[in-house]
Ligand binder design. Sequence first.
Ligand SMILES: Nc1ncnc2c1ncn2[C@@H]1O[C@H](COP(=O)(O)O)[C@@H](OP(=O)(O)O)[C@H]1O
Ligand SMILES: [Mg+2]
Ligand SMILES: [Mg+2]
Ligand SMILES: [Mg+2]
Length: 372
Amino acid sequence: MYHRLRIQVIISTLFRSSTTMSARPFAPERQLALSAVRRACALTSSVFNKLVKNETLTKGDKSPVTVGDYAAQALISVMLKNSFPADPIVGEEDAAELRVEEGSVLRERIIALANEALVAPLVEGDKAEWGIGPGQEKTSDELLDAIDRGNHDGGRTGRMWTIDPIDGTKGFLRGEQYAVCVSLLVDAQVQLGIIGCPNLPVDASKPDGERGCIFVAVRGQGCQQIPLTGSTETALSMPAFTPSSLNFLESVEALHSSHSTTDTISSILGITRPPLRMDSQAKYGCLARGDGGLYLRMPTGVGYREKIWDHAPGAILVEEAGGIVTDSRGAPLDFGLGRTLGENFGVVAAGKEVHSAVLDAVQQATGTKAKA
Ligand SMILES: Nc1ncnc2c1ncn2[C@@H]1O[C@H](COP(=O)(O)O)[C@@H](OP(=O)(O)O)[C@H]1O
Ligand SMILES: [Mg+2]
Ligand SMILES: [Mg+2]
Ligand SMILES: [Mg+2]
């Protein structure tokens, strides 16, 4: 593992020195979004350490949202608006609950958290013109409006960002995996994806070692991992798996992905290793770096539509690391239909060597293809 990482660092360094960062497409967007994700990771980690019971709400769909989700969306949205004021945002959260009187205690806490993150000192790579650093506080109204800038409907054309300020909120509340996820779509194609995972071990073979990683990918520029506390970039590429060496990644929550269907798929493929269950799009980052060979998300019932912010950042990581991402019927994920993936059904992300075998197994398991 050490040698592999060293080789990757050398390749990554050569790659970076051969073309200057600023000359590469989406370099300003990458730099700004990396900074925003880093700040949001610091914010959410500090929230977790101080979170008290009444700082979590239950949304209309019964899912949880914390002060950390709102504050992180406000922070990222403010930073995006400063540099790219014309770009709309498709964000998971909205401020409606915070604008009612009963929301005021929660609201004040969220405003304080977002401002604390905005005024934190600049670190290497940060620029004062991004509207961050000492003295850059925003008013309560400005921050609520920043959260609501995430209300864009999505669509087929133009530039737009997605923000999932805490993906895997249930994992976050359990003290397990979660991720801060940002992507940039241009004409419904993901061009940039960034995922910050504060609780993820930097090296899967050292589960008790350093934690906190960022995964980043720009279309055509590969996928890199960066430690949350440093700037060394390691280029990632998915190792080749065969069905006998495969293990798969899936949600912890059986409501989000059917564990029984993945069990069946696993037996059809002859997989003997147990699944690696993990919350959030950290799964896509882990797939990109080879911690598992396959990410399966199988719907638990009809009616739920996957959200674009839950998959756009992760999908580009895997594609840029050499993998393939489709729905469970083999169709590409369509990020141009609005805030959801519409008719896409489940997700199958895997290396090139095994993706078609996995699709066959999925179709057998779900009865969409006659058994041989
Ligand atoms: N019934 C369902 N089926 C699939 N995904 C669901 C779901 N209900 C909620 N989700 C999504 O699952 C995401 C977490 O995925 P995972 O299980 O991989 O950790 C949630 O993101 P948030 O935590 O950002 O709300 C939420 O958007
Ligand atoms: Mg949520
Ligand atoms: Mg999410
Ligand atoms: Mg979320």
